[in-house]
Structures are given as C-alpha cells and as structure tokens.
Design a protein around this ligand. Structure first.
Ligand code: SF4
Length: 499
C-alpha cells in the first residue's frame, strides 16, 4: 500500500509504446500539443491507459451535446471499439469517421479528407459545432487539426488531439474537449453578445464541473437556495449555449478534481474555484462554507443553508449505518468523495486508489481521509489496487472490472465502481442513504463467495483452461524444436538484408 509498484514497460498499451509514439508526434510537429497534455495530465506509475481507450471520454462529451457533430480520425479498430462502447452506453447520436490507409496518411491526404468531411458536415441548420478528435495514429503522424477553419458559416470547428499515449485516463479526456469548448465559448463571449441560456437565472450561480447522477444537481440547487444562489448548467453540458451560462457563474465548483483545462478557462474568465463537494456531513458543511465565502454571501445565510440540510444528512447516515472494511478504487475521479461518504456512514476504508492525478481540488478530501488513517493513492495502477486488496482482505472491494474479477477469484465480495456510483446519488440526504443497502447486500454474500471458490477450485486455470479437454493436452512431438529452428532461420535471413 505504499505505492512502490514497478512501472509498467513502455511498450505496454494498445497504442504500442508511449515513448515511441510521443517522439513521433513531436517529430511530426505536435510538440506544443504534447507539452500541454503533459502539463495538464501528469504521469504516474502506469504511463499507459489501464482502462478503456481514453478518447472515449472526449467522444462521450461530444455525443451528449445537442446540435454537435463528433468525428473521429483514427485506426478502424480503435474507431470500432469506441463506436461500440458509445452505443453500449446509450449514445443517441452518430459517430462520424474519416478513414485512412497508409498512403493517405503518408501523403497528407488524411488532413484533406478530414477538411472535406468538416465542410460537408458544418451546416448551420443542423449543427452549432463540429468536433474532430485525432486518435493515436493521426496524432503521432502530426495530422494538423489546428489548421482547420475556426468556423464555417457560423458552425464552430474544434479539433483536438486525444492520444492514449498523451492522455492517461478517459476521465481526463472529458476535460480535453470540455476545456477546448469552454475556451472557444469564452473567446466568443469576450468578443460580443452570445446566445442567452434556455433558462435565464436571476440569481448568481454556481457552475459544477464533472458528470453527475441526474438527481444530484437539483439536490445541490436546493442546498444553495438559502444562500441566494442558483445552479448554472453542469459541465460537461448538453448544448453549446450552456457553456456561456456556466462561464457566467459567480463561483465554479471543481466537483471532479481533474478538469484542469476547464478550471483554467473559468480562471481566465475571472471566476473563483472551489474544490471538494457537498458529500456527507463534514464535506457538505465545509463546501457550503467555501462556496458562500467565494460568492461573498453573509455568514448568516451560509449558516441558514447548513441548518436546512445537515440535520437531514445526519439522519440519513444514522438510519443507514455501514459496518464493513472496504477497499475502494476507480478511474472516475470521484473516488475520494465516495470514500468520505462511506466512512461517515461507519465504514473502515484503509485504501483509496484513483487513476486520476493529484490536484489542489481534491486536497481537502485527501487530508480528511488521511487524518482518519486511509492511504490515498493517486494515479493508482491496477497492480497497486490489487496489492492493497490482497493486503487488507476487506469485507468488500469496490473497484474496476479486473479488480472485481480478481476479488471474486479470492472469494472477496466485490462491486464494480462505475455501475455502483454512477447509478446512485452522492450528494445531500439522498446520497447519504444510497450506498448502505448495496454494501450490506454484498458483504452478506461472503459465505457464498467462499463456497463458490472451493466448488470451482482449479477449474479454468493452467492446463484446465479452455473447452473440450479432459486431460492435459499432449504437445505435438518436435513442435518446440521446429519453432525454435524457424525463428533462428528468420532472424538469420533478416540479418542478411543489407549486408
Ligand atoms: S486510439 Fe490509441 S489508446 Fe485508443 S484504442 Fe486506439 S491505439 Fe488504443
């Protein structure tokens, strides 16, 4: 649990080697874009994605917006995976794709094809914006999306590089596109009048940054009302004009702490930023204090806001106690908040791992957890999460798919973080009561897991892997020797070339 896991080799990852592709991208003229990615999304012990393709984060943000077309430029296999995942998660919009082959890539035709696709798509009757996302190969080859026109007939054009060798998690890729859109919208708002929001708020607003469960924003809006504040559209948002409304806020709340590029745009717009989130008793009290102060709300109103919500949160926590030792890890960026909530309900959490980086916006949560004996691991690798789980042997492991699989092999009850968290409220009294039942149901199942492990002992491992074998498969005679000789002969023939 000290984070001392050996770094994963540079060749790991579906893109085939971060160092090599990073060098290629720089050589192809992408040094500025790569430096920006390196600065915004610092590296950790795992320098390649250990979850889904990071570009999924940007793609998802684009696909969720009305009147925004999202076009991918990348290898067909990557695009297939991204399209499949988008529709698996219920995307209602088409994923655009500009294909390429070696020739069109090498001759620069791919850029021309992208440009043509953008001109064909950018019809003001259909779209407010067209987003083009460079995946690994076009980024490494230097396909210059920055040369695309900034707008066509009033339709904004946004080109971004989101390579797996430059953006560590799909969570941070959401920030790449959100930040790029905010920058565009901020520049428009600074230049002159922009579209008014669908719902014009009379009160000063708070803009929340980070994907939320649908019930959470109204709950936070109710918490803010006694302070005379309202909620701006949540980012990532649903339509272009929401960007103006969010930037027009009094305070921006970095609920998810990894939106570095987005926070930069709020700062450039002169907005104060508040970290952490209204989670549990302590978190909600501290967050309301911080928001109230940043918005210059009188202390009496801040106290009124706290008095209107804290007793209900206390009651919900008391009515839903959690008695379990839990390890928690994920790649969503809300891991520290969830750990705080579980601990306030009574859970013992010795380890929290997040694939996201450490930023100042989660400092309050880290300090709160560490003061209670929790080890917080930023940029946690799967290996670190597994080592912590095996060390702690918790009553429940909450984590990513491979961690949950490992836990089940060990007979430890486990829950998939993304499904558990994104399908439940986190804030206010509803959040305080939402997790207890599922934790209790899973930990009650521990004896069942132990029975399953002993029943399946040895099945599907080692020589017993695969279907249709009754005994250990017999190795064909001489097979290894023939393969060794073939490899030697191939190596020799390669040596001979050019000598
Ligand atoms: S775009 Fe890069 S990280 Fe994503 S699937 Fe393709 S090779 Fe992997």
């Amino acid at each position: 649990m000290d984070g001392s896991i050996a770094p994963v080799g540079d060749d790991a990852g579906c893109h085939g080697g971060r160092g090599r592709l990073m060098d290629a991208a720089r050589a192809a003229g992408k040094s500025v874009a790569m430096d920006k990615l390196m600065a915004d999304y610092p590296r950790g012990p795992h320098d390649q994605p250990q979850s889904m393709c990071p570009a999924f984060g940007s793609l998802r943000v684009g696909l969720r917006m009305k009147r925004v077309a999202t076009i991918l430029s990348g290898s067909a296999c990557c695009v297939y995976g991204l399209t499949f995942t988008s529709h698996f998660y219920g995307a209602k919009r088409t994923v655009g794709y500009v294909p390429f082959n070696s020739e069109s890539l090498v001759k620069g035709q791919l850029y021309e094809d992208i440009r043509n696709a953008v001109y064909e798509t950018a019809k003001p009757a259909d779209y407010d914006a067209v987003v083009v996302i460079n995946l690994c190969v076009p980024t490494a080859s230097g396909v210059p999306l920055d040369l695309l026109p900034k707008q066509i007939d009033g339709v904004r054009i946004i080109g971004i590089d989101v390579p797996g060798f430059g953006v560590p998690t799909h969570a941070e890729a959401k920030d790449v596109l959100t930040g790029a859109m905010l920058k565009y919208a901020r520049t428009e708002a600074e230049a002159g009048p922009v579209a008014r929001p669908k719902v014009l708020q009379e009160l000063p607003t708070v803009a929340m940054i980070g994907e939320m469960f649908p019930a959470d924003p109204p709950a936070v809006g109710a918490m803010l009302a006694p302070m005379g504040l309202a909620l701006a559209p949540v980012l990532p948002c649903r339509e272009w004009r929401d960007l103006y409304a969010a930037l027009d806020c009094e305070v921006a709340a970095a609920i998810h702490p990894f939106y570095t590029a987005s926070v930069r745009e709020f700062r450039n717009a002169g907005r104060p930023i508040v970290g952490s989130a209204p989670v549990g008793m302590d978190g909600t009290a501290a967050w309301l204090d911080a928001i109230g102060k940043a918005a210059n709300v009188p202390q009496a109103k801040i106290d009124a806001a706290k008095a209107s919500v804290l007793p209900a949160i206390r009651a919900a926590l008391d009515a839903n106690p959690i008695k379990a030792r839990i390890t928690l890890s994920g790649y969503e960026g809300s891991e520290l908040l969830v750990a705080r909530l579980l601990m306030e309900a009574g859970a013992d959490i010795p380890y929290v791992g997040t694939a996201c980086p450490r930023t100042e916006w989660s400092d309050a949560d880290r300090i709160w957890l560490e003061a209670r004996g929790t080890h917080v691991q930023y940029r946690a690798s799967l290996e670190q999460d597994q080592a912590a789980m095996e060390d702690v042997r918790p009553d429940l492991a909450i984590g990513t798919t491979p961690l949950v699989q490992k836990a089940k092999e060990l007979g430890i009850p486990a829950l998939y973080y993304t499904n558990m968290v994104s399908a439940r409220p986190l804030f206010g009294p509803a959040g305080a009561g939402a997790l207890a039942a599922i934790v209790a149901a899973q930990t009650r199942g521990a004896p069942r897991f132990a029975r399953m492990v002993s029943f399946f002992e040895g099945v599907g491992t080692g020589d017993a892997s695969g279907y249709g074998w009754r005994g250990k498969p017999v190795e064909p005679t001489g097979h290894r020797e023939r393969t060794r000789k073939a490899r030697l002969a191939k190596a020799k023939s390669l040596e001979a070339v050019g000598t």
